[in-house]
Design a protein around this ligand. Structure first.
Ligand code: PLP
Length: 393
């Protein structure tokens, strides 16, 4: 069978690949510690589950409008108002089946063949693939480790061509956990506006920030920036609802209308009961979101201290999300491996610790460790990594 050209260049998600390999080894009886997870390890808070169950019991099990229930849009609008003082109308909000599919729909609505999208590295693995699937071309800017993996307006200016359509900003970032300050966003925003770029601001980790860090959205900086920005967010990470598949976009009416039309021919609507759960997530609060955040912060601090003790490992301390993104090039060299990818493979085979190689995120000297797992397991994993480096040195 001849498959389409479109899928022939697709790279499978490296995150899912390592998770699958770790799972297979576990099933064979190996004592694997998986640090590949891209999702919180807590259950969804009960008040959200209760709301979804109640909606089903009440017979609310049918199609909804493609872009989401008016009640959910209102809850999202209220959230924007409360968190950032931003005003959106229902026509400027589209709810989809997870932030990932909302982004997919966005690129389909935005890009023509050959349009360029600027993607800062290290990047979340799905951005380049989604851009390519929409006929676009990813253009990478290197977020330097010495600048906390963040890009500068100068770098952006240099990357812009007559074909540049959009830039992606992901703060807090997956995989680095870095966050942009308000002034940095302003400077990048001004450069983007000069070239009339659409700013895709992926804020899915907004609620997971540490050490008093403050999350800003580029859309709150000025009315002009709000007009050119599409904010992407969702409940997956903030409310531990990854499996519920609810994400959303906020942007101009014109764009949201076309994304909603696209969704009407692909997903029809996000799962009805999940939408009722998401309404509860945004309109009620039993303190569990903050408790999960505190737990992540405790783990980050413990794991970070242990990690930087390992010879040949250097790590920028993340400010948000639930990943550490250490540079292990020196450790891999010392251990005699040709690449960090090989080092990661050997770590899984010998010490049974699964981490994700940075090559999939455009940063081949780094690895991604998720701390969305218990402290006990994290400490054990760090001991194993230290032992691995010691044995091979
Ligand atoms: N954006 C980033 C940066 C992510 O890390 C993820 C999930 O891993 C998503 C978007 C997608 O989230 P969702 O589960 O809502 O599709």
């Amino acid at each position: 069978m001849q498959l389409s050209k479109r899928v022939s260049t697709l790279s499978p998600s490296p995150t899912l690949a390592i998770t699958a390999k770790a799972k297979a080894l576990k099933e064979e009886g190996h004592d694997i510690i998986g640090l590949g997870a891209g999702e919180p390890d807590f259950n969804t808070p009960d008040y959200i589950i209760d709301a979804a169950v109640a909606s089903m019991r009440d017979g609310l099990t049918k199609y909804t409008p493609s872009g989401g229930l008016p009640g959910l849009k209102d809850a999202i609008i209220a959230k924007f108002k409360e968190d950032q003082g931003l005003e959106y109308s229902r026509e400027e909000i589209m709810v989809g089946t997870g932030a990932k599919h909302v982004l997919y729909t966005l690129f389909q609505a935005l890009l023509d063949e050959g349009d360029e999208v600027i993607i800062p590295t290290p990047y979340w693995v799905s951005y380049p693939e989604q851009v390519k699937l929409a006929g676009g071309e990813p253009v990478y800017i290197n977020g330097l480790e010495e600048n906390d993996f963040k890009i500068t307006p100068d770098q952006l200016e240099k990357a812009v061509t007559s074909r540049t359509k959009a830039i992606i900003i992901n703060s807090p970032s997956n995989p680095t956990g870095s966050m942009y300050e308000k002034e940095e966003l302003k400077a990048i925003g001004e450069a983007a506006l000069k070239h009339n770029l659409v700013i895709v601001s992926d804020e899915i980790y907004e609620k997971l920030v540490y050490d008093g860090a403050q999350h800003y959205t580029i859309a709150e900086i000025s009315e002009d920036l709000k007009e050119n920005t599409v904010v992407i967010n969702g409940v997956s990470k903030s409310h531990s609802m990854t499996g519920w598949r609810i994400g959303y976009a906020a942007g101009s009416q014109k764009l949201i209308k076309s994304m909603t039309s696209l969704a009407s021919h692909s997903t029809s609507n996000p799962t009805t009961s999940s939408q009722y759960g998401a309404i509860a997530a945004y309109t009620e609060d039993d303190g569990s979101v903050e408790k999960m955040r505190e737990s992540f912060e405790e783990r980050l601090n413990r794991v970070y201290e242990k990690l930087i003790q390992i010879p040949g490992v250097a790590c920028v301390k993340p400010k948000g999300a639930f990943y550490l993104f250490p540079n292990v090039k020196e450790a891999a060299d010392r251990c005699g491996f040709n690449s960090v990818d090989d080092w990661v493979k050997a770590l899984l085979e010998e010490e049974k610790v699964a981490v994700v190689p940075g090559s999939g995120f455009g940063a081949p000297d780094n690895i991604r460790l998720s701390y969305a797992t218990s402290l006990d397991l994290l400490e054990k994993a760090l001991d194993r990594i230290a032992n691995f480096v010691k044995t091979h040195a």
